[in-house]
Design a protein around this ligand. Structure first.
Ligand code: BEZ
Length: 236
């Protein structure tokens, strides 16, 4: 794809996450190598010392333990430098009180990417939106280093972190229980079972002989307890 006369790399779902080494607020990282065995959310924000980004960092940092319980680490990125990152995160901790959150310490690494090398490798620079800032990108990368979901938001739109958590749990449930999850699924809701491989099985399902509810031959759901899901996914 050509944009502004430059080839733009856009990583895709199902592909290995592009590898890089980078300086962060928590030291150097070797990505995604050092995250193998965990899920990791790599996300970008447009700029330090901006309001939407500040609200996002406070929210994500407050939820970090919840993501860790689901074996998921967080890594942020913007095209600002390390000292800007450090000063911004210190300001957040020392000065910002927002929606009941205060004294918020961002403990996950925030990558400095002044060269934009990482942002470009992940398709985070989208010139129609901005040539100089990363859009709000979210990459879900699984324990094998494979990209499993990608979300892009524009600069003006703060993300919904409950939705990121829901998506993480839904993908893990799909892996663990070989199911799919319907619209707006939450743990405890019915899940979708794979389409029947033969007419006989489809007929049994439609006749109510299988332990599931079929809306038609191609659309069957079954119960999956919230406890069963969370016991499998969440660390003690
Ligand atoms: C913000 O985080 O508030 C922001 C950053 C870049 C452009 C617009 C808003």
């Amino acid at each position: 794809m050509e944009q502004n006369n430059q080839a733009v790399a856009m990583p895709r779902i199902g592909e290995p996450a592009p590898a890089f080494k980078a300086v962060t607020t928590q030291g150097e990282i070797n990505f995604p190598e050092q995250y193998k065995g965990s899920w990791v959310i790599l996300f970008s924000h447009p700029a330090d010392f901006t309001p939407v980004c500040t609200s996002e960092f406070m929210t994500f940092a407050t939820m970090e333990d919840k993501f860790a319980q689901a074996n998921c680490k967080l890594v942020g990125l913007s095209v600002d430098g390390l000292y800007s990152h450090i000063a911004w995160l210190r300001t957040i901790k020392e000065k910002i009180e927002y929606k009941g959150m205060k004294n918020v310490e961002v403990k996950f690494p925030l990558i400095e990417d002044i060269t934009m090398d990482v942002a470009k490798a992940y398709g985070m620079i989208q010139p129609g939106e901005s040539n100089t800032k990363a859009v709000r990108a979210v990459f879900f990368i699984d324990p094998k280093g494979i990209i499993r979901a990608i979300i892009y938001y524009p600069l003006s739109l703060g993300r919904n972190f409950d939705e990121l958590y829901r998506a993480l749990i839904a993908m893990q449930a799909a892996d663990e229980f070989s199911i799919a999850t319907p619209a707006d699924w939450q743990p405890g809701d019915e899940v979708i079972v794979p389409t029947a491989g033969s007419c006989g099985v489809a007929k049994d399902r439609m006749d109510g002989k299988a332990d599931m509810h079929c809306y038609d031959w191609f659309f069957c759901t079954k119960k999956l307890d919230k406890d069963t899901v969370l016991k499998k996914i969440l660390k003690k």
